[in-house]
Design a protein around this ligand. Structure first.
Ligand code: ATP
Length: 326
């Protein structure tokens, strides 16, 4: 636990009774997956991009100890929230518990999550809830941990949690949690299309292992980020990026959800520069030339009955929102 940041003469500011935090979902502009390791994980080399689709967590002090969770959703992707656990397994609740244990604070918090990122969609929505809950409880409990300390707790909660805390663009190595910020020219414009049912991340990794065995494909080791991806991100040229973005999990996701192939083709027919499964899917991220092209593509995909949303990235990681007055 960190040393207190206030001297005894200088009282810390009073903690608020309720705070709101937003944290972004991510897409993987590039995702390379190494072979299955003995510990059951796969090494990855990922280029993460935080996009302007934000989860929101409101944390409110409660009189009784413990952590309670409620969830609703809003936004164009109409995220169903029925299957999300509301008990201690909820990633936001796990984050609050981990912070309380680290900072030796008693719990007594209600977390209300507003979901906008598709559940089990390959965009790290649960991880964003965890990152948001960490920042919210840090403010609520006056723990004032450093970003490094929060990142350490985040890494123990899941591979994508540290990135939602950091935001921007970053290379992720290890299981995706060893992050190095990367340069990218703002903004790149994307259109996300949500699917009606989610894909389990472990099931997609298992499908990848099975595909590689069947096709006798040797996974690259060690996995590394393609320098062409980083060059395209640096230049901010969407056409260059469209030519090199790739996702090793895509073939596995398409095997489990073959209808995604038609969706990808539809997006490209309607004007996308390229379309790719985000992370373990099934959300598809289409890259557009510019903001106007993204808006037009969003409209065209909606006209064909898809739940589509234009977003941009990079955006910042988990941040406190101003207090609501009145
Ligand atoms: P990732 O890409 O990080 O592997 P994902 O975006 O595909 O994950 P999530 O929406 O983060 O998937 O959630 C995966 C599972 O985690 C859900 O099916 C749900 O059972 C569980 N879960 C726990 N807490 C949450 C939460 N706050 N929001 C969503 N799902 C949660």
């Amino acid at each position: 636990m960190s040393a207190a940041k206030f001297s005894s003469a200088q009282a810390p500011p009073a903690a608020p009774a309720s705070v709101r935090v937003r944290a972004p979902g991510k897409i993987n502009v590039s995702l390379r997956v190494g072979p299955l390791r003995a510990d059951g994980y796969h090494g990855v080399a990922s280029v993460y991009l935080a996009v302007s689709l934000f989860e929101e967590v409101q944390a409110t002090v409660t009189e009784s100890p413990g952590i309670t969770v409620t969830v609703d959703s809003d936004g164009a992707l109409q995220v169903p929230v029925g299957g999300i656990p509301l008990g201690p397994d909820n990633l936001a609740a796990r984050a609050a518990q981990a912070l309380a244990s680290f900072a030796e604070k008693p719990t007594g918090v209600h977390l209300h999550i507003t979901k906008r990122v598709p559940v089990a969609g390959g965009m790290g929505g649960g991880s964003a809830d965890a990152a948001a809950a960490l920042v919210a409880c840090d403010a609520l409990w006056n723990t004032h941990l450093s970003r490094e300390e929060l990142a350490g707790i985040a890494a123990g909660l899941g591979a994508d949690v540290p990135f939602s805390l950091l935001g921007g663009t970053a290379v992720g190595l290890g299981i995706g949690d060893r992050l190095t910020p990367a340069i990218s020219k703002t903004p790149l414009h994307w259109v996300l299309v949500a699917s009606d049912s989610g894909l389990s991340t472990p099931a997609v990794y298992r499908a990848l292992d099975a595909l590689r065995t069947e096709e006798q494909l040797q996974a690259e080791e060690p996995v590394e980020v393609d320098s062409a991806i980083l060059a395209a991100m640096r230049s901010g040229n969407a056409r260059d990026l469209a030519a090199v973005m790739s996702n090793d999990l895509q073939a596995a996701a398409l095997r489990l959800a073959p209808e995604l192939a038609d969706l990808r083709s539809a997006g490209v027919r309607l004007g996308a520069l390229a379309g790719m499964v985000s992370g373990s899917g099934p959300t598809i991220a289409f890259l557009a030339e510019d903001s106007g092209a993204a808006t037009a593509l969003e409209a065209a995909l909606r006209a064909e009955g898809h739940r589509a949303l234009a977003v941009e990235g990079p955006v910042s990681g988990a941040r406190l929102l101003p207090a609501v007055v009145g």
